[in-house]
Design a protein around this ligand. Structure first.
Ligand SMILES: [Zn+2]
Length: 315
């Protein structure tokens, strides 16, 4: 499935657009990040023209900082947090950055930087990074889950990224678990994200400890010290995550579930219970065929994934 490194003799610029920061990096032909840069999104969030201008400027600056010229650059890969039409290069909608609806980012940016540009959803790009260079190397069927503010996922099926008809497949966070559950940002009810997103997990922590302002980080520290309430908290969180994955395991029969995002730092209090919860509820064949691993990449995931995106597109 994955081709050896170094087939592409040129470099790639990876751009990871987030609601808080925009990260850029240059990836060398061996898949290593050689230059990194980042800037805050907020000064440009009010105008998408300004934001695209800032991205273009930083792309140029990064190429210069790496001591390269444009002939050595195979292309630019950009991941964005929202609905992105990979085929047409259009950003359909970004829930956390206002004003981004129907933006032809690929064609606008190609004119500015005079390089081939590829755009995709950020979690799909992270999934490509983990599949090609990270925890999922050599695995043909996997689910890559990111647990952060929200919940996202990417699917590798039969060795390829599964996109769905509108490049919108993988919205595991919006898998409905309870028709009477809490209202979700997506317009639905009782979605997976409304049980394991950042807000519900912080709320659960405060409720269990009986103190406002509790976070998953604080609960992790308490659990490290053997605090019983915190240990129980992580058991409940793991069961919630496991319960949300049972249907996916039955449906897709993956070999591997990769878990990334902030919550995955608490691997030692989570993974065993997640696996046991899934095994206890899934059908027997699917329930005995999967592993859980932590994502390999953190900050660089979007940049390394952009490299995979560009090289795959140019094969
Ligand atoms: Zn939802």
């Amino acid at each position: 499935m994955s081709k050896p490194l170094g087939l592409l003799k040129r470099y790639v610029v990876g751009v990871d657009v987030g609601g808080t920061n925009i990260k850029l990096g240059i990836v060398d032909p061996a898949g290593k990040v050689i230059v990194r840069n980042s800037f805050a999104t907020s000064p440009f969030a009010s105008s998408r023209i300004k934001l695209i201008g800032a991205i273009a400027q930083e792309i140029e600056a990064s190429i210069i900082a790496a001591g390269l010229n444009k002939k050595q650059i195979a292309g630019v890969g950009i991941g964005l947090p929202g609905l992105v039409d990979y085929e047409k290069g259009i950003v359909r909608f970004l829930p956390n950055i206002p004003g981004w609806r129907g933006v032809h980012l690929k064609s606008i940016l190609q004119k500015k930087v005079k390089l081939p540009v590829f755009v995709d959803n950020d979690v799909k790009i992270i999934t490509l990074a983990e599949s090609q260079f990270g925890a999922g190397q050599g695995v043909a069927n996997l689910v890559c889950l990111t647990l952060g503010t929200g919940v996202g996922a990417g699917l590798i099926l039969n060795g390829r990224l599964y996109r769905g008809e509108g490049n919108a497949a993988g919205e595991l966070g919006h898998m409905p678990l309870n028709e009477k559950g809490p209202r979700c940002n997506c317009g639905g009810w009782g979605c997976f994200e409304s049980y394991v997103g950042r807000r519900p997990l912080f709320a659960l922590a405060s409720r269990m400890v009986g103190k406002n302002g509790m976070t998953t980080q604080k609960m992790f520290a308490l659990a490290q010290n053997g605090n019983k309430k915190a240990l129980r908290y992580w058991r409940i969180v793991a069961q919630r995550i496991g319960n949300g994955l049972v249907g996916i395991v039955n449906l897709l029969n993956p070999r591997l579930i990769i878990i990334g995002g902030g919550v995955s730092n608490n691997e030692k209090f989570l993974f065993k219970t997640i696996a046991a919860t899934i095994q206890g509820r899934a059908m027997s064949l699917q329930g005995s065929a999967f592993n859980i691993k932590r994502a390999k990449f953190k900050d660089d995931a979007g940049i390394i994934g952009a490299y995979v995106l560009v090289t795959n597109a140019q094969k």
